[in-house]
Every structure is written in C-alpha cells, then in structure tokens.
Design a protein around this ligand. Sequence first.
Ligand code: NAD
Length: 311
Amino acid sequence: MQYNALGKMGLSVSALGFGAAPLGGPYGQVTQAEATQAVRVALDLGINFFDTSPWYQASEEVLGEALVGVARESYVLCTKLGRYPSTEKPSGEFDFSAARVRQSIDNSLCRLKTDQLDIALCHDIEFAEDFSQILDETLPTLRECVAAGKVRFVGVSGLPLAIYPKVLDQTPLDVILSYCHTSLNDNSLWDLIPYLDEKSVGVIGASPLAMGLFSDTGPQPWHPAPEVLRLACLDALAWCKENGFSLAELAVAWTLQNAPVATTLVGMTNEAQVRQNSAVVGTLPDPQAINAIQAILAPVQRLTWPSGKFH
Ligand code: NAD
C-alpha cells in the first residue's frame, strides 16, 4: 500500500480508501459478516482510511461493528453530518443547524463505537437551504466539537466544485471530499488543486467508478447521470467485455495512478473487491485499453449532473 499526507493534519492515509456507503445497501444488500470480512481484509492489506455517513443508512453501525476490537489508532475514521435518510424525500433530509450537528456527532460516535472522530464533513453542502448557515452556524458548531475533543478535523463535501471556493474564500477548512470528478470521464477536480493547495486543504477524492457508472454490471437505476453519459459508459463496458478487460479494475487503476489526491475512496462491498482494488495500487492500467475507453467517453468528457443549488 502507498500512503500520503492528508493536508496539514499530520494524518498519513492509504492511497486507496474504504468508502463505506455500500455497507448501507445502495448497490445491493450486504450482510454484517461480508462487511466485517471486507473491512478486516482491507486493514490487513494496509487500507487505513474509512469513510461513512448517517446518510448511508446502516453504514455507520455496520462499520462500527466491523471495527470492534481493532486498535483505534490504526485507522482514520471520517463521517459526515447534515444529510440524513428520509422516508418522504428520496434525496434525503438536510439539516445543518447547530442542534442537529451536536446530536449527529454524538449519534455517530455511538454507532461507530468510538469517543473521537478523526474527520467530520458537512455532507453535500450544495443542498443547504441557506448557504451562509454552513459558514455561520454549521462549521462554528463543528469547531466546538473539536474543542470538546469529539472531532479532530473538519471539512465539507459535495458534487459541484463551485462549493469549495465559496467556503474557502471565507473560512479555512482542514479537508474537503470531492466525488465523481477524478474518474475516467471527468477529472475536473484537478483544475482546483492549485487553489486547494494554496489553502492548505487536504483533498479526498471519491468514486472512481463514478458511483457504479464504471462497474462491470452497469449503474444502478437510481444513478443521477444523464442518459447520454449512461449510454457512453455502457459502450465502454461493452468494449471491455469484448476485449477481456474489467472496466471497474481499469477505472480504479487509472484514478489511483493519476488523481492528485491524498486518498481515493472506492465503495467496496466484499473481500473480493477489496483484494482486486488493493492489487492495482501502484500499477499502470493497460494504456491501449485506457485510450480506447477514453475515445468512447470523449463526447461525454466532464459531463456531470445537477446537485442542490450550485452548478
Ligand atoms: P464508487 O464509484 O466507489 O463505486 C462503488 C461501486 O463499485 C459499488 O457497487 C461497488 O460494489 C463497486 N465496486 C468497487 N470495486 C469494484 C471492483 N473491483 N469490481 C467491480 N465493482 C466494484 O462509488 P461510491 O461507493 O458511491 O463512492 C465511494 C465512496 O466515496 C463512498 O462509499 C463514500 O464513502 C464516498 N462518497 C462520498 C460522497 C459525499 O460525501 N457526498 C459522495 C459519493 C461518495
């Protein structure tokens, strides 16, 4: 495994990070036994960064259970606040208020069976009703949690890249998490790296499979990508099948090789995926296959989808 410094926090994180969203079931049900096995094998293979959220249904509880008995100092734990499952709204409930932040952090500590979170991120801040609440209420409350010793470092996550300068021009952050912008068809996060470096922010990249667009079975029905992007990815998948490649493996390898981030979070549901993804760390994906896929994806380069109020 390779390790990188995450910003200026003094944290050394594995180049491949464990995205625990799938442990909550969005890509199909995962049993506790499968999850525990995946997490334990990940640790054995040197993965030391785990990311979850209350938004990911049972993910925090399942991850907390999987980590029982593992030395706390041997892994870096990141969770989020502000976005929660809702029975009424498929996109979830958003609450970035001070009271909910405090309650959310306490709930996460309980579900993750720990007394300190390494990183707490405001989850998908582009959905905040009033963006100034993030600056004036959510982040100051999180900093109180830092002062109380419940959290070590704070940051934000979301899809539109415009959210990051919107926050960082006003207030410092330890870390940001950007997703679906370090993948085969969209590397737009890279343009923002000089700015983020100037702000001394740690950068977590997530979703090299673009939340399943580059999986070997195609995306889930809930995937928000526009049809033209879904179809282009299915064409890339067909090319891989005809030519004996795993699109998922190429996608993970390409991002790990190229993305200028400290860690890349891949959502993993089982031991086999952990082993497959760990095996490509430090390897070069087949250049001809990458050229062929990027030619197929050329018409949909940097095509993304709406999320919240910033685009
Ligand atoms: P992803 O792009 O990592 O893809 C996950 C999918 O790929 C799952 O179906 C998984 O089973 C499959 N997969 C993984 N490895 C595979 C392999 N070797 N072969 C075949 N299939 C494989 O999407 P993701 O899980 O949504 O994103 C990664 C992580 O990043 C999340 O788990 C979460 O921790 C984080 N994330 C955060 C935000 C946010 O903060 N807003 C958004 C997206 C993701």
